[in-house]
Design a protein around this ligand. Structure first.
Ligand SMILES: [Zn+2]
Length: 123
């Protein structure tokens, strides 16, 4: 049951997403004025940062789970048959997290005995 990415790739993507948002709130260039004037403005800016960067962290953490991608479907949860296969096509449903929408990879399996379908991946 492998992960879908490496820690190094995951960290790089998370840091890039965070840095891109941070550049909008606190640009490194001292000649660029900071936006906003009140605490509420700052709160909005940081909330925007969080909603853009934190879902990336959640997507990457999910992709690192041991169960992010299975190689075998396991028994059918409907009838218990072992005659199950993984479908080649995966879907990428959008899941709602605390910090906004997150896209996850989802595998699908089908049972040869009862025709039932299910998702084998735990992550
Ligand atoms: Zn079945």
């Amino acid at each position: 049951m492998p992960a879908r990415t490496t820690r190094e790739e995951a960290r790089a993507r998370i840091l890039a997403a965070f840095e891109a948002q941070l550049d909008r709130v606190i640009p490194v260039d001292e000649t660029v004025s900071l936006k906003g004037a009140t605490f509420a403005d700052f709160e909005d800016q940081v909330e925007t940062l969080a909603q853009a960067a934190l879902p990336v962290a959640l997507e990457e953490r999910s992709a690192l789970a041991d169960s992010a991608q299975v190689e075998q479907a396991g028994p059918c949860p409907h009838c218990g048959s072992e005659g199950v296969y993984l479908e080649k096509e995966e879907t990428q449903p959008e899941v709602h997290s605390r910090h906004g929408p997150v896209v996850v990879h989802k595998q699908h399996s089908r049972c040869r005995s009862c025709g039932g379908s299910f998702s084998p991946s735990g992550a």
